[in-house]
Design a protein around this ligand. Structure first.
Ligand SMILES: *Cc1c(COP(=O)(O)O)cnc(C)c1O
Length: 226
């Protein structure tokens, strides 16, 4: 149990060092503990040392874990968002990282209104263009961002992406730098504030931080191999 805490502290130190190397403040980077597949006892150990933000990628798992843990945990939903699961996401999560089409945006906004919840959401962008990756293609991003900016209940807060596994430095620069550019463009053209850039996982978070990541989503480096 203490290993996850030790791992978390070690990753946090690496995040802070990467922030310093990029001339950024460590306080602006959230280390999101991606607890998918791991038991509530591991989450509880991190909670007891002060960690509050956890990420899950399956609604059923989130539904099982959330009631078994303290109510002040900030749950982030990072998995593929099926339309029939959006109400559950709204009830359980504070931040949804994985909105990727206009119908999900509209449904999310309507349900947030019905439930009286101002959930933050990010648009997931497939910057790398890999066929296997989820997210809106970069070419279709601006129309989706325009729809997201119309929301009255759900809060359009930023962008999310995943880089290809084991990508080269050049590819990481293109993917993470590309997401930051799309964010800058949307902020300018739509006159909105999009403070959240969710990018970087166990294998690539230092590069993501150099490109402005404000949420690194870390599973393996904290909890171990799934
Ligand atoms: C599992 C997962 C992560 C964490 O990946 P690690 O490589 O284990 O750190 C991050 N983001 C998403 C969307 C995931 O599904």
């Amino acid at each position: 149990m203490s290993t996850v805490c030790d791992n978390y502290r070690r990753v946090r130190e690496t995040v802070d060092a990467a922030a310093a190397a990029a001339g950024r403040k460590k306080e602006e980077i959230l280390l999101l503990a991606v607890s998918k597949t791991w038991p509530v006892t591991d989450i509880r150990a991190l909670y007891d040392m002060g960690v509050r933000d956890f990420g899950e990628n399956r609604m059923q798992e989130l539904e099982e874990k959330a009631p078994a843990l303290p109510p002040d945990i900030v749950w982030h939903f990072i998995g593929s968002l099926q339309s029939n699961k959006i109400r559950k996401a709204v009830k359980l999560a504070s931040v949804i990282h994985s909105v990727e089409n206009v119908s999900a945006v509209e449904r999310l906004d309507r349900i947030c209104g019905e439930e009286g919840r101002r959930v933050k959401f990010l648009l997931e962008v497939n910057v790398s263009g890999e066929a296997s990756k989820s997210g809106v293609p970069a070419d279709d991003f601006m129309p989706l961002a325009r729809a997201a900016a119309q929301c009255r209940n759900a809060v359009f807060s930023g962008l999310m992406t995943m880089a290809p596994l084991g990508a080269s430095r050049e590819t990481l620069d293109a993917v993470f730098g590309g997401l930051a550019s799309l964010r800058d463009r949307a902020e300018k053209e739509l006159a909105v504030s999009l403070p959240l850039l969710s990018m970087g996982m166990s294998g690539d978070f230092e590069n993501a931080i150099s490109h402005g990541s404000t949420i690194v989503r870390i599973g393996t480096a904290i909890f171990g191999r799934r």
